[in-house]
Design a protein around this ligand. Structure first.
Ligand code: PRT
Ligand code: ZN
Length: 298
């Protein structure tokens, strides 16, 4: 019998598409795209990708059309609150927080707006594409304000006279700046999340999900990690260990024919900057080499 295949929903085209493909490629998944471009067939792992709108991903997973989904926490949280308002529970489970798709749902006010804290929102009209999260924010602070739900282009709502304040996703802040809006408070910190179906998976599928999770953990650990090699006088070891950023126990090897010098090899879980190398050199290190780490399995 054929091995059962896992269905994984990913954004078809948007901000999460490229980082999702990159993550899956780093996890070893190779896929070919079907002629309709809606499905990617895993060639070397039993995973098929469904390319969809990000807003459809929570329901595709909780209704068990897909086993897994990659989507922003902002989309998940909004859907969870929307379902709660309908008296329904959300049924997808989060498996991993991912280190991409970072942004925040933030409140921003036009230049000259008298902001003195959330209470300044009382009686104002706030434009957003995330009404449920905004309503929760207002309710938690006992603020009465009018929520204007838009399907996009929130940042131009004040200029069009449709709202006084906006509540929108922000990453660099340059869109807000271009529209003369000032960020004043955060409603939600967001990042991409891997979610799974509420239904139990058959053993073969469950095993592949576990393997994927181990690989994702490996990929996330490796990002930013470096392998550093250097030579140093044995007497400087304590200082050198202190200077190595985010490293646990380094390997120390005796150098052939020189009794007081050693080679130090270590994985640093942070980036190694020029300043660190300069400090290491000052502490007596030489022959410094910094290498990228490709894979890691704890
Ligand atoms: O078509 P589909 O429905 O699938 O896509 P979409 O248009 O709804 O979503 P998309 O591709 O814009 O974003 C997908 C997900 O990326 C979001 O749900 C977030 O989880 C995440 N994300 C990360 C962002 C941003 N960063 C972001 N900057 N989503 C939107 N933005 C917007 C922001 O609102 C602003 O308009 O991008 C613009 C640029 O932001 P600044 O702050 O860098 O100027
Ligand atoms: Zn969307």
């Amino acid at each position: 019998m054929d091995e059962p295949r896992l269905k994984l929903a990913v954004q078809k085209s948007g901000r999460l598409t490229e980082p999702c493909h990159d993550l899956l490629a780093r996890c070893g998944l190779q896929f070919t795209r079907g002629r309709d471009q809606l499905i990617g067939y895993g060639e070397n792992m039993p995973f098929d990708l469904l390319f969809v709108r990000d807003d459809d991903i929570p329901d595709l997973v909780q209704e068990d059309v897909c086993d897994l989904g990659l989507v922003g926490l902002n989309v998940l949280e909004e859907r969870r609150l929307e379902l709660a308002a309908l008296g329904q529970a959300c049924r997808f489970t989060s498996l991993r927080s991912l280190d991409f798709g970072r942004c925040r749902l933030a409140l921003a006010v036009p230049e000259g707006f008298p902001w003195e804290g959330p209470a300044s929102l009382a009686g104002r009209r706030i434009a957003t594409t995330y009404p449920f999260m905004l309503l929760r924010y207002l309710r938690e602070r006992s603020i009465q304000a009018e929520v204007v739900t838009l399907s996009g282009a929130v940042e131009i709502a004040p200029r069009l006279g449709r709202a006084d304040v906006v509540c929108d996703l922000v990453s660099t802040g340059s869109t807000l700046q271009a529209h003369h809006l000032r960020e004043v408070d955060t409603v939600l910190e967001s990042h991409a999340v891997l979610i799974r179906t509420p239904l139990p998976l058959p053993p073969q599928k469950a095993e592949w999900v576990e393997r994927l999770l181990l690989r994702i953990d490996g990929v996330q650990q490796v990002r930013g990690s470096k392998y550093i090699m250097l030579h140093a006088p044995r007497s400087a070891l304590a200082e050198i260990r202190r200077l190595l950023p985010g490293s646990e126990s380094p390997t120390v090897l005796q150098l052939e024919g020189v009794s007081d010098r050693v080679a130090v090899h270590a994985v640093c879980r942070e980036n190694v900057f020029w300043e660190t190398l300069e400090s290491l050199k000052k502490a007596g290190a030489s022959a410094l080499l910094v290498l990228p780490v490709e894979k890691m399995l704890a």
